[in-house]
Design a protein around this ligand. Structure first.
Ligand SMILES: [Fe+2]
Ligand SMILES: [Fe+2]
Length: 330
């Protein structure tokens, strides 16, 4: 379903929602991947070489297009690019593990006969495959000092536990806040035709293909449940929503301080790339165009929420169909 048709509706009925879940579950059976069947890890084409210029960070990456990075010697650009690719995979892995834990906890209270059980379990199984796929890629890139989420972020993830039980709409909002930036970045790389290393490219293609379902599910879940929330929690969610998006964007898309220290990246360069420069600000806004459409259609865009979106620098137009800004740019 496109966002434009979804936006026309206020809320999904239970039979409609269950039909969507059955459709998504069928999709998980007919279109799914196994990292150890669908990726030929040992093929010569996928071999990792430390002098391969395809590891240079692409234009689509906020740091990759920064003049400071481009002025580095090629070997340095390659080394940074390898570390960064492994780092993105690692933070993705950390995030997927968190999601799997939350989904398992969520499933405890799903009753017999509810189609949510099957779909959510399919999603968790796919995420398990993604963690293996990401770890395999990190191991092959070979930078063993790569880290994903920092220690503070790891502690922050503890709020997932009470959220799953007492505020599941917030849990699925946080999930979306993690999925959308990764998906946006990967899609812009694939569509932009960046000359990526074939291993990275294959991993991204598989991830984007399966993630489309996960993102649809999070959107459907919120579309189904948010309009029926009580007014107080709904107002809380309307403000927590952009905050969650902004916090998750930092956790997912900004390189950790270990990367900054290892490669001596000046503070000013980091500030411009994440998200001070005009181009970076456009990227940051574009990431959430689909999410803003969801927020508007579910009644989560009140004046206070609108101000919060704006203060966080992630306000902007809503997309009329999924991934509109990325498709236009490509
Ligand atoms: Fe995933
Ligand atoms: Fe996912």
């Amino acid at each position: 379903m496109t966002l434009s048709t979804a936006a026309a509706k206020k809320s999904t009925t239970e039979p409609e929602y269950h039909d969507v879940l059955r459709g998504l579950s069928e999709g998980s059976v007919t279109k799914h991947f196994d990292p150890y069947v669908d990726i030929d890890w040992d093929s010569p084409e996928l071999a990792v070489h430390a002098d391969d210029p395809r590891w240079i960070m692409p234009e689509e990456d906020p740091l990759g297009r920064h003049p400071w990075y481009k002025a580095q010697p090629v070997e340095r650009q390659i080394e940074m690019g390898m570390w960064r690719q492994a780092g993105i995979a690692k933070v993705g892995l950390d995030f997927e593990q968190l999601l799997i834990r939350g989904l398992m906890q969520y499933l405890i209270s799903v009753p017999n006969g509810d189609p949510e059980f099957r779909y959510v379990t399919h999603e968790a199984a796919e995420e398990c495959n993604h963690t293996m796929m990401f770890q395999e890629m990190i191991n092959r890139i070979g930078h063993h000092d790569v880290i994903g989420m920092g220690p503070v972020d790891r502690k922050l993830t503890m709020i997932i536990w009470p959220a799953v039980k007492y505020f599941p709409e917030l849990f699925f909002t946080m999930i979306l806040g993690g999925e959308e930036p990764i998906d946006h970045l990967q899609k812009s790389l694939l569509r932009g035709g960046a000359d990526l290393h074939p291993m990275v490219q294959r991993v991204m293609q598989i991830h984007v293909a399966e993630e489309a379902r996960h993102i649809s599910f999070a959107h459907e879940y919120l579309r189904r449940n948010v309009p029926n929330m009580n007014p107080i929690t709904k107002t809380v969610l309307s403000v927590a929503f952009p905050i969650a998006m902004r916090v998750m964007l930092s956790m997912i898309a900004t390189p950790p301080k270990e990367f900054v220290e290892k490669f001596d990246i000046p503070d000013e360069v980091m500030r411009e790339a994440y998200w001070g420069s005009p181009e970076a600000q456009i990227t940051k806004r574009d990431v959430f165009a689909d999410v803003r459409a969801l927020v508007v259609s579910t009644g989560l865009m009140n004046p206070v929420a609108k101000l919060t979106w704006r203060l966080l620098g992630i306000d902007g137009p809503v997309s009329r169909y999924r991934s509109e800004p990325a498709r236009r740019a490509a």
